[in-house]
Design a protein around this ligand. Structure first.
Ligand SMILES: [Zn+2]
Length: 212
């Protein structure tokens, strides 16, 4: 399919502009609600969600500002602010890769790509990007398949600290609950990852073996 037709195909699936510009901040964080409050229409709900969690609000080191070898300057690794785009298009970017650029007005240069239905249902940040080549699909899958999680150096110390401050009669469940709470707060571990570490479950499993 030619790039122009393909861009039209994706133009109603991937968006980068708010359906209601300059909307006032709602009294209640929309991410905390299971759906729009009574009387609020779906587009207002989506626009409030976008303002809350889909905008790249501030570039800062070390989160997103890194040295870019190609541009020989420090810049946002996610490419924000993005250039204004008067209409959907597909263009080749660096490394011979193709990318889709949805319509993007001046007021939405910091908007992540989104789909309104997915944003309304998920009620949090969810980026959407079309996969435009076989290599892009392979790279995406292999990146996540090979991303091994490392054991946190903090886990042993945290459990020891907790057990030292507890009574001998306290149950093990309390240690696990407190450990999970601590890691959830610190953001060092997800609850699922902490469960895997505590139960000594492997973080990575492979279906193929090598003799060398
Ligand atoms: Zn940034």
């Amino acid at each position: 399919m030619p790039p122009f037709q393909l861009a039209q195909f994706f133009s109603n699936k991937v968006f980068a502009y708010s359906p209601i510009p300059n909307l006032e901040r709602p009294a209640v964080n929309p991410c905390r609600l299971s759906g729009p409050v009574e009387g609020k229409d779906n587009w207002t709900d989506v626009a409030e969600l976008l303002n809350r969690c889909q905008r790249h609000s501030k570039c800062a080191e070390p989160y997103c500002v890194r040295y870019n070898k190609r541009h020989r300057a420090k810049m946002c690794r996610f490419g924000f602010p993005k250039p204004v785009c008067p209409g959907p298009k597909i263009e080749q970017i660096q490394n011979q890769q193709w990318a889709f650029f949805p319509y993007r007005p001046e007021g939405d240069v910091n908007m992540n790509h989104y789909h309104p239905l997915w944003t309304a249902l998920w009620r949090g940040n969810i980026d959407v990007s079309p996969v435009l080549s076989k290599n892009a699909a392979i790279n995406y899958i292999s990146k996540y398949a090979s991303k091994a999680e490392t054991m946190s150096a903090e886990l042993n110390k945290t459990i020891l600290d907790l057990t030292n401050s507890m009574l001998d009669t306290d149950r093990i469940q309390l240690v696990i609950t407190k450990t999970l709470n601590k890691f959830c707060i610190k953001g060092d571990f997800s609850a699922q990852e902490a469960c895997h570490q505590i139960l000594s479950l492997p973080m990575v499993e492979c279906s193929n073996f090598s003799n060398f």
